[in-house]
Design a protein around this ligand. Structure first.
Ligand SMILES: [Ca+2]
Length: 244
């Protein structure tokens, strides 16, 4: 059976010129020379290869800048994620400490309080590395954990009830490795803040309405905001994790 197909102007060969213009017999061996001829034409149309161009200093700088920008982005994202995780952990730990404080209150009729917790005032004290923070936190640790000498590496017959139960983790304690003068430490490696300054029952002599926030206890993490108290102290406290 003879099929016919349209043929473009380019494929018309000398042999097929004798056929009717625009149509020729399909399946004929006469097509092959036509294709070969086209390839030849294309091959001859390719321009001669140019020598490889060297990378300019400007292009190199652009690439380096792009790499630096990407590295900066990755670093800032990873630090954001870390900070977010630390804040979530501090919230969980503050909730665990608050629960332990309520158990302590149920047993003893009062929240743990001494001179250190009465004098630490979160309206003015913003440096978690200061002894006013660590002394109050040390007392809180001793009272809630029952570790009477404040040293988790030793046990004593004076040790009392651990109000934390299983919620007290090694990561919550400073110093590390464990030793004397242990205090409760936040995920930012600073002492937690604990104050009874506004509790009139715990702090009958030093009580003034200007100090502290809660009439029960103030418990907070400075969330790694630094140690500066100026401007004092509300802008810094906005990022604290706190129970008021
Ligand atoms: Ca001990």
């Amino acid at each position: 059976m003879i099929a016919r197909e349209p043929v473009g102007r380019d494929s018309v060969e000398p042999e097929t010129n004798t056929l009717e213009m625009g149509w020729r017999v399909s399946g004929s061996a006469e097509r092959r020379p036509t294709k070969n001829c086209r390839t030849c034409e294309k091959a001859t149309a390719i321009p001669p290869a140019t020598p490889e161009r060297a990378v300019t200093i400007v292009e190199l700088l652009v690439v380096i800048m792009i790499i630096l920008i990407l590295a900066g982005l990755i670093l800032s994202i990873s630090s954001y994620v870390q900070n977010k995780g630390a804040r979530a952990r501090a919230e969980t730990e503050i909730a665990a400490m608050s629960a332990a404080l309520e158990s302590y209150k149920a047993d003893n009729g009062i929240y743990p309080a001494n001179d250190a917790t009465n004098s630490l005032d979160p309206t003015t004290a913003t440096n978690p590395s200061s002894s006013s923070y660590t002394s109050a936190s040390n007392y809180l640790y001793i009272q809630l954990s029952g570790d009477s000498d404040g040293n988790p590496t030793t046990t004593s017959s004076s040790d009392t009830r651990n109000y934390f139960g299983g919620s007290l983790k090694q990561a919550m304690l400073g110093p590390n490795p464990p030793g004397a003068n242990t205090y409760l430490r936040d995920p930012f490696r600073n002492s937690y803040g604990y104050s009874t300054s506004k509790n009139p029952m715990a702090n009958p002599t030093g009580y003034t309405s200007a100090n502290g926030y809660n009439p029960t206890f103030d418990l907070w993490s400075t969330a790694g905001t630094g140690t500066s108290g100026t401007p004092s102290p509300s802008p810094i406290q906005n990022t604290w994790i706190k129970n008021w």
